[in-house]
Design a protein around this ligand. Sequence first.
Ligand code: FHN
Length: 428
Amino acid sequence: MGIREERDKRVKWFMNDRFGMFIHWGLYSIPAVGEWKRSYERISLEEYDKYFDAFNPVDYDPEKWARLAKGAGMKYAVLTVKHHEGFCLFDSQYTDFKATNTKCGRDLVREYVDAFRKEGLKVGLYYSLFDWHHPDYHHYGDLYHPMRDNEEFKDYKYDINRYLEYMHNQVRELCTNYGKIDLFWFDNSYGDMVGEKWKATELITMMRKLQPEMVINNRLECNASAKGSIGTSNPTVYAGDFVAPEQIIPPQGILDDEGMPLPWEASCTMNNNWGYVTNPNNYKTAKCLIRKLVECVSKGGNFLVNVSPDARGRIPSQSEKVLLEIKEWFEENEDSIVGCGKAALEKPEWGYYTQKGNKIYAHLFEQNIGPIPLKIETSRIKRITSLHDMSEVMIVTPWVTELFPDYTFINFQEPPQGTFPLQNEIDT
Ligand code: FHN
C-alpha cells in the first residue's frame, strides 16, 4: 500500500470525528501569563525552577475534563505532554524535569489517557520539538531561546545529536508506555530546523512501527502556516497525515496538487491564549466557535478548540460555560457535523452546507436569507437531489428563529418528498 493509501486508512476516524479539545497545560500555568513567559522575559533555568518547586495541581481531575469535552461533542483530545519549556507531564526516564518529581508526584499523562478513553474519546499527545530546558537544545535558529544572549552560554559546546537522541527516546517512551495513542501532534519546525534536521525519517519509522494506526500532523516537516510535501505526488515519509493550520480557517479548505481534498485540522484558542492567563476578557462565544466548527467541516476539515487549565488543574469557568453552551447545540445537531464533510452544493450566501452520504445539512447563519435564494436553492437542491439521488435535505437551524422572527423553522427529520417544507413557510 502506498503512502497516500496508508494515510487515508489511518485518518478515517479523524475525518469522521471532526471536533477535538486542545489542552495547553504546564509550569507556565503558574505565572499565568501564557506559555512563552520564559522566552519573552528571558528567564534563567534557576529562576524558572521555582515553578517546578511550586507545581502541585491538587484539583487535577481529567475525568471532569473528559466529560466536558464529550458533552460538547468533542471526539478526541490533544494534551501538551511537553511544551517548549521542556517540563514533562509524563514519567520520562530521560529527565528529572517531570511531574512525577514535583510535589504532586503523579504521571499526569497516564491519568489523562485513562480518563479520556473511559469516556470513549481518542487520545492525542502534543510534543514540542523545541526544548528550552535541555542543555543541548540551544539556538539552532531558535531566536526565541530564553538564553540566546546569555554570556554563560557563549562558549558552551551544544551537541544537537545529544538533544535529538533525548527527543527520540521520549517519543519512543510516549509511543510505548501509554497504550494505543490515536494522534501525535508535533510542534513546531521552523527556519532550517525541519525534516532530517530532527532525524525525522528515523523518528517516524520508529513511531509507525510502535503505533501503526496513529495519526501524525505535518509539523516535523513545516511550521504552523505551511503544508509541506503531504499534498505532492512524492510526499516524504515524515510529511504527516494532516495539515495543521493554526488560528485560521483556510478559505477553500486544503487540497493536494491534484485538487483532491487533504485531511486538515484548524486549531484555535478560546481566548487568544494557549496557556492559562488570569482573567482574559476576550473569550469567543459558543456561537462563534460553532460557526467556525461548521465552517471547518463544510470545507472538509477538523476543528481543535483549546482550553488552558490553571495551576491547580482546573479548566477556567468561562471555558466551561462556553463548552456547556456548545453542548446544547451539539446535542441537537451532531448529525450535521460528525461523519460530515464538504457538500456537493456550492456554499450558499446565508451559511454553509455539510454533507454525509446522501444527506445535505444547511446551516443558516446569515440574515439575508430572503425567500428567493432559498427557493433557488430549493429547486437546485431538488434538481441536485434527482442528479445525485439524495434522499433528503435537512435544515439545521441554530438560533435561526432569533434571526428570522416572522418564520417558524424546525429541524426537518423527514422532509416531504417533492416539496421543500420551508418553501411552504415562505409562501405563506
Ligand atoms: O509556539 C507554539 C504555541 O505556544 C502553541 O503551542 C501553538 C499551538 O499549536 N503552537 C506554537 C505556535 O505555532
